[in-house]
Unconditional design. Structure first.
Lengths: 367, 367
């Protein structure tokens, strides 16, 4: 009998709940087939948490997250909460989860599925077979640096301040994760910053270089300025294997890379903390897409990114690579059969809704 | 007799000198045809200035820049100077010019020339006719904010710090330039920040909104997060008219937008200061491409971006729109004739070198 995994479900806002519902079906199948045992708790985050409790993340939910073996998050945000105070915005709930769980390594694969290569806005030959992994630092940099805020100046103007700050260990630990992952792939790591303009970027470059030389001499390390990286992603994305970069550059570059695939509705992500003595790490998994309030509640959203996020959970948190492979293969098979939600619809294919995509996937798993 | 314009030439490093040489030919033609009168001085910047004077920009050169009616810059940087101290790097020369001349508004058009639409890595229909203008704040934000630097911590680690800071007037003045330019185009301005994460971005959004409402009610203003903007540029670039954003986001997004065109060797830029009582502004013009050390001195570089930067100078600094139009049209005609440098070469076209491209352009101008 497999050990029971405690998972916290945080569906969040917009399409979050309906895509998460499809994951439940996949989990039920794993349980029914005797492959796994799960204990699931549900919590609120983002706008829905604000509506219920007046805060985008209640302390009780934070406790559940810290106690869980892994967290699965849907998406947060929506126009309904756009005018809330900075500290109450839906995003703050997500950022608190990242920070308090110390999820410093954000893994964002940009993967082109064969059946969807033509969906990219890039020429097909430039993206067919694309498989990049962006490792984004997630608990430091300008997202959390102090001092920060808006203040009134004596001259009647206002001043807005944020601080980009990185200490050695913050750079080193995320670099190690990236080198490690590169070692399991094509053994090439590209580290990205603006060392020509920012001292924090220069420190980044120096520390990554040191770790590379001393601990990962077999990984080919290169360095690139962030502006050039934005260009190179558009020009020739397949030149990259693994990219490691800071929180803010990672935010832009991983979204840019995700869009190269043409199918944001397909992309999962993992956010990992430090491994403890038993090798267990805090972890949160979430689709890259947003809460898509315009189609929420209409059974139109693509659940595959969330299902693939759950598959990453099996792989990275529970060492269930076999089951993760089953799910990933089922996703490819469903696409090969021409089953499509609206966001990835192409002429001649079969349009289904959120639950219809779940049906098709379950049928593949059962087969 | 037209009044004499004082221009400072700063060819810089790599291919800088050879592309600037082609601009001289265009200037000579303007003079010979009685259309203009120029007084040109030459100076060093970047690695070549470091080699000559031990600094990437000598004070005397800075004085010349401040005294000139306009500055034309080639490009700075190269592997030769990669290991210099932060404060001596070629880039510091460029950054000092921007800062000391107070060139707060950086105009970066991303324009697809009809003859080159297929050079884009994006599908041709997504970029044909593309004409975006990115207005990047250039003298503030994390590029210049204090405190900054790398320090040793008591625990033996190091800390890298940079500060993103914007005051009201810095946001307002660049926003005015962007609104103004939008008014001469499609009357749509998109302001880009991370107001959901950074207070400096929130201030940016609020101040841009205020100026829009009070001073430019006829311009349609929208707001977008920087990560989403990186995605939307790749997904559907033609949705944009004018984009205004801060120094760091502008660095990445303008390079991303430039690469969408597929022909970096074609893109000019202008950096403008505040207009004085007579309407004159400090200004520097430079191609978007870098110093390309790999092909420097080989008569291979594309001079058109620098020539188009000179054309922007005529338009924005000297009110010589007629002459600027002549040059822009000559560039389009040369491309239509199939004349190409290596960077924009396509099957069936005629490959020329740097000076050959100059010859072709001069022939068009003379015709
Ligand atoms: C929602 C927002 C706070 C978040 C970020 O900026 O990190 C998002 O863009 C992401 O990339 O996960
Ligand atoms: C060379 C470098 C300092 C510069 C910048 O970062 O601004 C360049 O990338 C640019 O965009 O002009």
């Amino acid at each position: 009998m497999p050990s029971t995994k405690k998972i916290l479900f945080l569906p969040g806002d917009g399409i979050g709940p309906e895509v998460m519902a499809q994951v439940r079906r996949v989990m039920d199948w794993l349980v029914a087939s005797g492959r796994a045992s799960f204990e699931v708790e549900d919590g609120l985050v983002g706008g829905s948490a604000y509506d219920a409790h007046g805060t985008p993340l209640h302390d009780d939910t934070m406790k559940l997250a810290l106690a869980a073996d892994a967290v699965l998050l849907g998406a947060v945000g929506g126009p309904k909460w756009d005018n809330l105070d900075f500290s109450l915005k839906p995003e703050r709930g997500l950022l608190r989860l990242r920070k308090d769980m110390e999820l410093f390594a954000n893994l964002r694969p940009a993967l082109v599925f064969d059946a969807l290569a033509e969906a990219s806005s890039l020429k097909t030959e430039l993206v067919a077979g694309l498989d990049i992994l962006i490792v984004r630092e997630l608990t430091g940099g300008v997202y959390f640096g102090q001092p920060r805020g808006i203040s009134d100046l004596p001259n009647g103007e206002r001043r807005g301040v944020n601080t980009q700050v990185y200490d050695t260990h913050e750079i080193v630990r995320v670099a190690r994760v990236a080198f490690d992952l590169a070692g399991k792939r094509d053994k090439r790591l590209c580290s990205v910053e603006k060392a020509n303009v920012m001292e924090s970027g220069l420190l980044w470059r120096e520390e990554v270089t040191k770790i590379g030389t001393t601990e990962f001499p077999d990984i080919a390390l290169s360095h690139m300025y962030a502006d050039n990286c934005a260009m190179q992603l558009v020009r020739q994305p397949k030149q990259f294997d693994v990219i490691v970069t800071d929180n803010l550059f990672g935010d832009l570059l991983s979204d840019c890379a995700a869009m190269l695939t043409g199918s944001l509705g397909m992309l999962p992500s993992a956010s990992l903390g430090e491994a403890d003595a038993n090798g267990a790490r805090k972890a949160m998994y979430e689709p890259v897409h947003g809460s898509a309030p315009d189609i929420a509640g209409q059974n139109k959203a693509n659940p595959l990114a969330t299902i693939l996020s759950f598959s990453m959970m099996l792989r990275y948190s529970f060492d269930m690579g076999v089951e993760a492979d089953l799910i990933d293969q089922a996703v490819r098979d469903v696409l090969a059969d021409g089953i499509r939600t609206g966001d990835i619809m192409q002429p001649g294919k079969t349009l289904v809704g959120t639950s219809g995509m779940g049906d098709a996937l379950l049928a593949k798993l059962a087969a």
